[in-house]
Design a binder for this molecule. Sequence first.
Ligand SMILES: *Cc1c(COP(=O)(O)O)cnc(C)c1O
Length: 397
Amino acid sequence: MEQQDYIQIAEENLIHTYNRYPIVLERGEGVYLYDVSGKKYLDFGAGIAVFALGYQNKAYNDAVKAQVDRLIHTSNLYYHVPLAEAAQKVVKASQMDRVFFTNSGTEAIEGAIKLARKYAYLKENRTDHEIIAMQHSFHGRSLGALSVTGNVKYQEPFKPLIGGVKFAEFNRLESVLEQITEKTCAIILEPIQGEGGIYPADLEFLQGLREVCDQRDILLIFDEIQCGMGRTGSMFAWQQYGVKPDIITMAKALGCGIPVGAFAAVERVAKALVPGDHGTTYGGNPLACAAVSKVLDLFEELHLVEHVRENSAYLEAGLDRLVEKYDSVKARRGRGFMQGLELTIPVGDIILKALDLGLILISAGSNVIRFVPPLVITKENIDEMLSILQKAIESVL
Ligand SMILES: *Cc1c(COP(=O)(O)O)cnc(C)c1O
């Protein structure tokens, strides 16, 4: 069968929730992907900031395979070895005190919302608490996460959503302060907005939020599902800002391809959840935890955070040159290996052209090209990406 045949079969059978790019991917090797026709692509999307280690990392593959042969699933009615190991490592890396494993990012957000509400409920014994979220945020597609996602288009057809959510302007402290009432139990935000167009928070904004949260015992929730796991040059983005959240969510690169997410919290908050409050059949199963555990080991062994820190200036400089060179390339934003290039024109055709030329890129909104490569990319890979991207940009000018 040809590539086109698989695409047709998929389109005939899937619910059409995605406009997929017209390639059928078959295998990966390092920072390259191959489609079923054998065509090679340099991957600067990493399955949306997931595959941090690059494809076919032998230690990772061996660990996952070994766990498949040992035990894949137990339910959460029992302990298992990878659970203990993964929990300890995630707590250490995130500098939180306790963690709950989920199967996805959106579920991590659901858990974080429930934890925040329960904490406030125990404190005040009322059920009308409010959460403040940010405009242009993205927290996931399940109804709770969608309720704190600041995107009218995503929300509108699925209303009514969960109540008690207010939206404020990202990076404008005053706008958040205006929304705070005696009912506010939590403020949720991405330290670097991802889907919204790669917007890093200002330090003073996060510091201001921390201050008001401390004053009023409001919980600060950082969604680090995309910007966490080394991507911005520290294990979690908050560690660079020095502003510690009370609850943090993670997913994407946490399992590097095995579906897993987590929410973690400081002790005082985490203890609000007790047996019966929350659960999941699959969440944190042996296969997922073996992946998490190995991923965190490999981050240390490969010095991935240092690698990002040492090479991100090179990526930034290359992208900055495009801003200088082309009128239609307006700005670069981001931290580490989480970068966005904002154009004055829609980027869809550029991304399609890049794909044609053997480079996988993704967008973040209609005018922003997003760069979230595997964290193992080298300066050579960056040069190769920049040279293809230039050709793609010039093809649409
Ligand atoms: C991807 C993402 C989510 C949702 O994660 P899923 O695993 O797709 O449910 C939530 N928040 C942020 C910041 C994300 O980037």
